[in-house]
Design a protein around this ligand. Structure first.
Ligand SMILES: [Zn+2]
Length: 137
């Protein structure tokens, strides 16, 4: 191994011990034990829904946006759909721990999917524009 790589590894190890980031921890599902659990957030503004979900995913947290809390519950399981009431625990964790939570919840893949689905939207606006323009030819 090159000396530079060793240094880089040590720096990452050190940073992981020093840096602490806030993380709202939702415990595993009480029904099925899955770790793919998240918060339910109330929103009545469709424009901000994707932003809320995207921001949470970037932090490694799962979030779904609803008009109201199902059965008065604010936490949900992405695997079995079970909902329950609880308070996400604010933890100060290392980047390594956040990566663990991201992996457990599959947030990186979900974020990619979200970006993929938002792309065709932009395309369709362009397509509308092209259709609108074509009769003038
Ligand atoms: Zn579950």
């Amino acid at each position: 191994m090159v000396q530079k790589e060793v240094d880089k590894m040590n720096i990452n190890d050190i940073l992981d011990k020093v840096i602490r980031k806030p993380y709202y921890y939702v415990p595993p599902c009480p029904e099925c034990g899955s770790k793919r659990t998240g918060k339910i957030i109330l929103s009545h503004d469709a424009d901000t829904d994707q932003y809320i979900v995207e921001t949470a995913l970037k932090s490694g947290e799962l979030t779904t946006v609803q008009d109201e809390y199902p059965f008065g519950n604010n936490l949900y399981c992405d695997d079995c759909g079970f909902t329950w009431w609880g308070r996400p625990e604010l933890m100060w964790v290392s980047p390594g721990k956040i990566l663990e939570e991201k992996t457990a919840r599959g947030t990186v893949e979900l974020l990619d999917k979200l970006k993929d689905t938002s792309k065709p939207k932009k395309k369709s606006v362009l397509q509308k524009f092209l259709v609108f323009r074509s009769p003038t030819k």
